[in-house]
Design a protein around this ligand. Structure first.
Ligand code: ATP
Length: 826
């Protein structure tokens, strides 16, 4: 047995050589992060206005406190604080993911094979490498079994090169075939990859199409609003004269700020990050933010069988052989699993276990008949060969898919027919079939048939339910497997995938593109599929307008994963290459996790729509209220005692509502659960962010809140309230009404579930609004007055009335009742 390093020695070397990783980038210091929050054209304008306001105050002799300036500065600081907080949380969530997705390697430590993060490797470590592994550090091959390495990253050479024992393997290159044991020589910055100063396998957190769409949308609004502000300034100067320039400017800027949902991009990023974190807690690791959106609109999940739908815990149920001794030798010798540790392909491990049960000691057998050469298994060829030395002469053992092996065996037509019948029979019972053969000398033809193994791989217990949930959500589930068609069909039926028949990869190859599309529409089980068939299938499905999530574990699956809309790789089984190109990695290799990820993807999108509705409804209400009131004041020439035009809300108040009161509830919406999303059909990826029901919500609630505000403005003086008190009433109404409107905003597409954080935040926020009137410093800063009983009643009644009406309406109007389900053949 190989010893490897002792843990102690490894620890000492780790101290000496450092981790096998590139130094982390310094994170941005807090102050710079804080300053960056001010980098937005709208905030620039606001800062400019603020400076102007202060300047005017100084020029007028600096009497008393510059209350307005202080208020604006305070609001801006709060806004920046909130921004930093959101950024920090989003980053923390993503960096935890980064740790989770760090690559792992099999290493000998203290005499056993252990799976450790590759950053823990030190020079001297012995690592076990197999097809699909990214070489974790520079090393020397001690053993090499058909090792073929793709060194394109380092040399640019696209053809893989053979590496016999004794040669170097370089970090960052890819083992495409075979397996080997390497001793690590150089790690971290000393290694080839380190010298190239580039790291593979990080999480891409670039701007997603959704974020981009939203940014463009935001810019469009900003342009309109700025145009509006310019018009306002011009009109204001016309009516108020130049001496009021700073007030007019200030007001126009505030209105502009009120019209734009500044918080949106930050809330969006945070919602995505928190959603991604929630997914990772449910074993679904998102590697690209973009995938979240695509997940929400997936219409087809194409999954492999072994290990994803089944447990990949093989058990030999039957061995049918004309020559038991040869059969057992083939099982043990044509086998790449580690005898001592049980590390390796579960199928091969099960063969070793079976031979042990039959009284054969695998280790003794392997030592007795040392390996001379081999051709490793790959899922395109579907067999493997090992040539050993038996009494000084070479003997080859082969195992693989029965069709492939039977074709290479010397059998009479009758014998072959008989074996084929047995294969079909056992496969029809759901067994995974494997054939064994041998011959004298080195070769893979003219073999002697040595037996047929039936293996049982139980379906995962949670899979049938997951498939049903996917189908209910309008998603088709396809099984794409390398296994025998009969086995595939039986397992598929058992877990709830219905298909008239199973099509094989061979049949697929002879189809025209049109015929392939037709087949992809009708058949749900694909068997004996080679990786290139997977690619063609994805393309055929996509050509039909489907959004495809596809799983893959082999080195050759990477192109199909890349091509699919959501490439899904396995966290435990499967190759580094598939994980690198994947959008989603299943930590538990479990199909049910894909369905969970789809649910989360849909839920995140739903939450984004919720806060868009919530925020835009407020923006529309404020703009309408202020514009209509201002024009009315101009028409009626309504002025206060100082001779200034009467306006419903001041600049400071607008900013307060839009920035301070709006932010926290929008954040809490990110925590909403929406299980009901799985009762709806997949979302059309081209559908607008503000869909028709949402638009209806924004317009109707925006108009109602503006109308009630205007009504209060007109009516309150009739009840004897002063102008200042009336404005306080309007301010309080608008700010509290928008807070409670978060509830109807949640109910447009799916019935909401309990969200304690949201309730808490709404109560706290309403409390804060009440404090703006009760606490003298806040009151003074915001330019409010005490309200008295009449004012308080007016606010309470109008909030409750509009809220009640909105709740009522939201039950009858906006709710898209379990929408017309798309009927499709499952
Ligand atoms: P899936 O794509 O669902 O994971 P799979 O794992 O069954 O399918 P492959 O691994 O390509 O697909 O296996 C195809 C066939 O090759 C199996 O049905 C089996 O007969 C044979 N086979 C699988 N593993 C080995 C192996 N290690 N050695 C020899 N033959 C194997």
């Amino acid at each position: 047995m190989r010893q490897g390093l002792s843990s102690e020695e490894a620890r000492a070397r780790r101290e000496r050589y450092g981790p096998n990783a590139l130094p982390e980038e310094q994170s941005e210091p807090m102050w710079r992060r804080f300053l960056r929050q001010f980098q937005s054209p709208l905030i620039y304008i606001l800062l400019f206005a603020l400076a102007f306001d202060l300047f005017a105050w100084i020029q007028e002799g600096a009497h008393g406190l510059p209350v307005e300036s202080i208020a604006i500065a305070f609001i801006l600081l709060l806004n920046a604080g909130l921004g930093v907080f959101q950024e920090y949380r989003a980053e923390a969530a993503l960096s935890r993911l980064q740790d989770l997705s760090a690559p792992q390697v099999w290493t000998y430590r203290d005499g056993t094979l252990a799976r450790i993060p590759s950053s823990e490797l030190v020079p001297g470590d012995l690592v076990r490498l197999e097809a699909g592994d990214r070489i974790p550090a520079d090393g020397l091959l001690h053993e090499a079994d058909g090792v073929l390495v793709d060194e394109a990253v380092v040399t640019g050479e696209s053809l893989p090169v053979e590496k016999p024992a004794g040669e170097e393997v370089l970090s960052g290159t890819l083992l495409v075939r075979g397996k080997g044991i390497a001793e690590i020589r150089r790690t971290g910055l000393e290694s080839t990859l380190g010298r190239m100063a580039q790291m593979l396998g990080g999480i891409e957190a670039g701007e997603t199409p959704l974020e981009r769409r939203l940014t463009t949308f935001g810019h469009q609004i900003a342009r309109w609003v700025l145009a509006l502000a310019v018009v306002l300034v011009a009109l204001g100067l016309l009516f108020e004269g130049l001496d009021q320039f700073n007030r007019v400017l200030f007001f126009a800027v505030a209105l502009a700020v009120a019209a734009v949902p500044e918080g949106l991009p930050a809330v969006l990023t945070l919602t995505l990050a928190l959603g991604i974190e929630r997914m990772s807690r449910r074993q679904a690791l998102v590697r690209r933010m973009v995938a979240v959106e695509a997940l929400g609109s997936v219409t087809v999940i194409a999954t492999d069988k072994t290990g994803t739908l089944t447990e990949n815990r093989m058990q030999v149920r039957d061995l049918d052989t004309p020559d038991p001794e040869r059969a057992l030798r083939a099982m043990v010798l044509a086998n790449d699993a580690e005898v001592g540790t049980g590390v390796g392909d579960p199928l091969e491990v099960s063969l070793l276990e079976y031979s042990r049960e039959q009284g054969t000691d695998p280790l003794t057998l392997q030592q007795e008949y040392p390996r001379r050469s081999s051709v490793p298994f790959d899922s395109a060829r579907k067999f493997m060969r090992v040539t050993v030395e038996e009494a000084g002469r070479p003997v080859s053992y082969v195992k693989g898919a029965p069709e492939v092996i039977l074709n290479r065996c010397r059998l009479t037509p009758a014998e072959r027919k008989d074996w084929e019948r047995k294969v079909a029979e056992h496969a029809g019972e759901g067994y995974r079939m494997l054939a064994l053969a041998w011959r004298e000398g080195e070769g893979e033809q003219d073999l002697e048939f040595a037996g047929l193994v039936s293996l049982w791989d139980p379906p995962r217990p949670e899979v049938p339910d997951a498939i049903r949930r996917a189908q209910e959500a309008g998603i088709r589930v396809l099984m794409i497997t390398g296994d025998h068609p009969a086995t595939a069909l039986v397992v598929a039926r058992e877990i709830g995938i219905q298909s008239a028949r199973a099509i094989t990869g061979h049949e697929l190859q002879s189809l025209t593109p049109e015929a392939l599309r037709q087949v992809a529409r009708e058949i749900n089980v694909f068997a004996r599929v080679a990786p290139e068939d997977k690619l063609r299938l994805v393309e055929a499905l996509q050509a039909d307008g489907e959004i495809v999530a596809m799983t893959g574990d082999g080195v050759n699956d990477a192109p199909a994963l890349k091509r699919s809309d959501v490439g899904v790789a396995m966290g435990q089984r499967g190759s580094d290459v598939t994980r690198e190109v994947a959008d989603l990695v299943l930590q538990d290799d479990n199909f049910a996790t894909i369905v969970t990820a789809v649910e989360e993807g849909r839920s995140i999108y739903e939450n984004i729509q919720k806060f868009i509705r919530f925020l835009f409804s407020t923006n529309l209400a404020l703009v309408l209220l202020v514009m209509i009131a201002a024009f009315t004041a101009v028409l009626l020439n309504a002025r206060d005692d100082a001779g200034a035009l009467l306006l419903p809300l001041t600049a400071v108040q607008l900013l307060w509502i839009n920035i301070v009161a709006d932010g926290p509830p929008a954040l809490a919406l990110a925590l909403d659960h929406n299980r009901e999303v799985m009762r709806q059909p997949p979302r059309d990826p081209a559908a607008p962010l503000l869909d028709t029901p949402s638009l209806r919500f924004v317009v109707s609630t925006g108009v109602v809140k503006a109308a009630v505000g205007l009504a209060l403005l007109a009516l309150m003086p009739q009840f004897g309230l002063s102008i200042a008190t009336t404005i306080t009433v309007v301010f309080l109404y608008e700010s509290i009404a928008q807070l409670v409107f978060v509830y109807p905003a949640r109910r447009v597409n799916v019935p909401p579930e309990r969200n304690g954080v949201l309730n808490g935040i709404i109560i706290l926020s309403i409390g804060l609004q009440v404090l703006t009137v009760l606490l003298p410093p806040l009151r003074q800063m915001l330019g409010l007055t005490p309200m008295g009983l009449t004012g308080t009643i007016a606010v309470a009644v109008s909030v409750l009335a509009t809220w009640g009406a909105a709740e009522l309406l939201s039950h009858v109007r906006w709710r898209v009742n379990p929408s017309p389900r798309r009927v499709r053949a499952m």
